[in-house]
Structure formats: C-alpha cells, structure tokens
Design a protein around this ligand. Structure first.
Ligand SMILES: Nc1ncnc2c1ncn2[C@@H]1O[C@H](COP(=O)(O)OP(=O)(O)O)[C@@H](O)[C@H]1O
Ligand SMILES: [Mg+2]
Length: 242
C-alpha cells in the first residue's frame, strides 16, 4: 500500500439535492484523490445519477463541490468541463445522426487546436478500434456497447483530468462490458486518469476500484477500499447476491 495523496482532486461535502419538494440527496460526502478509481454503488433509485448530475452542475444542489482546489459549486456546467471534469452520461446519449468521427469531434468543443484534436481522435480509436471501423457511420446505428465506447471516447476528447461514468455496463453485451472495464482498468488508469464510477454491477466495480462509497436513499452509509467492501457482510448480502 502506498500512502494516499492528501489533497483530493474532487471533494464533495454536504451535497443535498431535491426534485420538487422531495429531497433525494441528504448531505453526501465524497473525496476522490488524483489517479484513483472510486466507485459509487447502491440500489436503483439510491441517488447515484443525481450525485453525478449535481457534481457536473447540471442539477441544482446545495453543499460544497471543490475540484482541483476551486469551488465549482455555482459554476456553469460548461466551465466545469473546461476545468477538466467530464461526465459520461447514463444511457450513453451520443448524437445519433452524427457520424462517429463527428461525435468525437463534438467532444472537443472546448478546444481549438486542430492538430491536437486530430491526434486525439486517433488515440481514442486506438483505445477502441471498433470506432475506427465505424468511423463514417451514424452514431445511432452502433450497437449499445459501441455507443458506450463512443460516449467514453467523446468525453476523452476534451482532455479531461477526471471522468465520471454513469453505469457504463448498462444494457450492454457481456463481451463489450469486459472490453470497456478492461480499458478503464488498464488503459485509463495507466494514463493516470481519475475516475468516479457509478455501477449497478457492484462486483465488477469494486474489483477495479481503489475505494468505494455505498449510497442508500441519498446517504453514504459505508465507505472503504474495494477489497474491504467486497468482503463486507452487508455489501455481500445487499449488492453481491451472497
Ligand atoms: N428528474 C427527476 N424528477 C423527479 N425525481 C427524480 C428525477 N430523477 C431522479 N428522481 C428520483 O430521485 C431518486 C434518485 O434517483 P437517481 O439519482 O436516478 O438514482 P440511481 O441513479 O441511484 O438509480 C429516485 O427516487 C428517483 O425516482
Ligand atoms: Mg442512475
């Protein structure tokens, strides 16, 4: 074990969020240190997507969100992206009528270094070679797993320092899930990318995570290393099915 770096890249403190009158996050605290893969697990409806949407500043929230030492709690979503914090949304949400290439280029909307963008398109295609084969095809014609790869690739095109991924395995063929997790674990981690991962597949998420948080009805109820939570009786009973 190495000592964890002391300053978190992302620090979320006392995050609260309501839809109408209903408060669904009741004061969530999450720290993510540089280079870590941290997962957020929990049942359907626990507030995982809401947490990411609040951090991205797409949802209104109260509490404090600091990224790289800057308070981003009231920043516009676009400026959060410009600072290097990018979300890969749930359900992929690529542009169905744009080609694979155009989708990737859209991800670089905050940049104007044409050569660098072109190089990064190649880099992303190296990571997910199937995208190169589908380069001129409309995004909407890709399989679910290929669209997820495109969504991740598009997020990487802004050169983020940190990615937040919302259920990348949802509704995808197991072989492509394996490929995506493999890329997260081996390629992105090796590049030093910091990742906050939301997953229903708690087993896979905990195995690839340095640390994790368990969210239940809008509260963090448990946190620890991936290994600790894999062994935890409560986690095993509630989320690992044994
Ligand atoms: N747009 C919305 N309007 C009203 N309630 C919502 C909305 N989105 C989510 N919720 C509710 O907020 C709670 C948390 O949802 P969500 O963050 O999507 O959970 P998770 O991603 O963990 O499944 C749930 O009770 C859900 O029904
Ligand atoms: Mg969700």
């Amino acid at each position: 074990m190495t000592d964890a770096p002391r300053t978190p890249l992302l620090r979320v403190h006392g995050l609260k969020c309501s839809y109408g009158q209903a408060e669904v996050l009741h004061g969530v605290d999450i720290d993510v240190f540089p280079g870590e893969i941290v997962s957020l697990i929990g049942a359907n409806g626990a507030g995982k997507s809401t947490t990411l949407m609040c951090i991205s500043r797409i949802n209104r929230a109260s509490g404090r969100i600091q990224f790289d030492g800057t308070d981003i709690s009231s920043m516009a979503p676009e400026h959060v992206v410009r600072r290097g914090l990018v979300q890969v949304p749930e359900g992929r949400r690529i542009f169905p009528r744009l080609t694979v290439r155009e989708n990737l280029e859209m991800g670089a909307f905050i940049r104007n270094d044409t050569d660098g963008i072109e190089a990064d398109v190649e880099r992303v295609c190296g990571m997910f070679p199937i995208l190169k084969q589908r380069f001129a095809q409309q995004g909407g014609t890709l399989s679910g797993g290929e669209q997820q790869m495109l969504a991740i690739g598009r997020a990487l095109m802004s050169r983020p320092r940190m990615l937040m991924m919302d259920e990348p395995s949802m509704g995808i063929a197991p072989i492509l899930v394996a490929q995506i997790f493999d890329t997260v674990k081996n390629v992105l981690r090796a590049q030093g990318m910091t990742i906050l991962l939301v997953e229903q597949n708690a087993n896979a998420a905990l195995r690839m995570s340095d640390r994790a948080y368990v969210l239940e009805t809008g509260n963090v109820v448990l946190t620890g290393t991936g290994e600790e939570l894999l062994r935890d009786e409560r986690v095993r009973a509630a989320y690992l099915g044994h």
